[in-house]
Design a protein around this ligand. Sequence first.
Ligand code: F6P
Length: 550
Amino acid sequence: MHEQRDVLFARLKQIRSQLQNLSINDLFTLNPKRFEEFSTSIDDMLLDYSKVHINKDVLSTLFNLAEICKVEEKRDAMYRGDKINITENRAVLHIALRNKPEKAIYVDNRDIMQDVQEGLEKMQEFASGIRDAKILSSSNESFTDIVNIGIGGSHLGPAMVTESLKPFHDGPKVHFVSNIDSSHITDVLEDLDPKRTLVLIASKTFTTIETMTNAKTALSWMKEGVGEENVSEHFAAISTALEKTKDFGIKENRVFGYWDWVGGRYSIWSSIGLGVMIAIGTENFAEFLDGAYEMDQHFKNAPIQENMPVLLGLIGIWHRNICEYPTRAILPYDQRLSSFPSYIQQLDMESNGKSISSSGEMLYEKTGAIVWGDAGTNSQHSFFQLLHQGSQIVPCEFMLGVNKSETNMKEHNDLLIANCLAQSQALMAGRRIDEVIRVLEKRGVPHEESIRLAPHRQFNGNRPSSTLLYKKLDPKTLGKIIALYEHRVFVEGIIWGVDSFDQWGVELGKELATEMLSHVQDCDKKTDYSYKDMDSSSAGLLNTISAWQE
Ligand code: F6P
């Protein structure tokens, strides 16, 4: 398979060098139907990839690549519940969390759909109890605030989804604490009344140091606020480590479990979404799951030529391996999706930021691109300078909702849409130097001055982008978008041949932090340490910290 893949990579590189004679703009001029031919839609979601620098030949070779890398077979293995996370010997079944209960999925010869359904019902009962004030605080009052304590996949998903679905909030307000930095929990708790606050400790392993430290701090705060005997009424836990939640003192009926076949960064659909469900209600949460289910069905059944996650993944491969662009930008023109790029950073970079293949060999092809981005139009006034005129090309992934929840603010929305479309057009079309001179002179700038300024004001253009257009950011659409990106990560991971579902790269730093902690604790003694077993940078920094500690 590797040899065949290499042949196709070589073929794609060859096509690319021929294609360099034509700009993306030229491709539009030559083919008036380019938009129709290089876009695809599922109901009210459209992916326009016509502004990517590809032609039909590139696409068909990319489809070949997907075939020889067995993307469809491997997708089916995931859906079937095979243990495709081979370094942890686990199935990968986030799709089960949005599957219909009657459609059996087996793990170790057992249909897991009943467990999924029971887990969902337990969440629904609790979330509704909180929302309808049937579950009350220790002072017999309704809960006004929820604090989700978690990090990574136990934070980014719930935080991003909660923020994105603000217009659908009609439950208590949900707050998030993730960082070990004392400022985070202090700033969140200081405005809250412990008597009306419920704390959710969200951690798959229930060992993550940031989460457990924050949980202990929240416990002390709660003890002070409601009395030790009442704290258990103010806590719930979300975890796969049920024993550990018990040791922490969480009541059994307040523990929401999930399963080892749900990866942290794929867990928003599980009980990790409890805070979201409390905020938006069970029906909206069901819509959210339904959106993802629709994308799962599309990914499973659509031919690769029309398969949106496959297309997005193949374009990713084109940009990363053939054009050799090291990064890609995600640009939601939707303020409520401003945390979406951070969410995708974990999903994508923790999944595919690997240099070793599933079978343990060093990979010589580049893998996961650096993903970054922010909401438009804000980002236009910060890093878009580099996107338009910088010395490296960054493929841009625009996202745009046609309708807003604010139905009476047409002026804002028209401007938002116009800006989004104009940016992708500007990136592609650019502006030639002679045109710049003509425009400047037309504005009355003297000829000499126009010539001097023109190089600074010209745009090379030919910068690729895609646009994901959707009708409106509602729970269903958001579910669809997240699932689209999950499957895109899967497709890329298969082509690169990595295990997209482990994350060993985060372990070394965690281990060293544990060792480093004893040195940091020693800093208090204000001794002049000489760290024989340590590099001089770390030793020097520790000595300075020791001297500066107040
Ligand atoms: O350190 C990375 C990581 O393991 C992520 O994969 C995970 O989402 C996060 O930490 C939090 O882990 P947990 O939910 O077990 O606290």
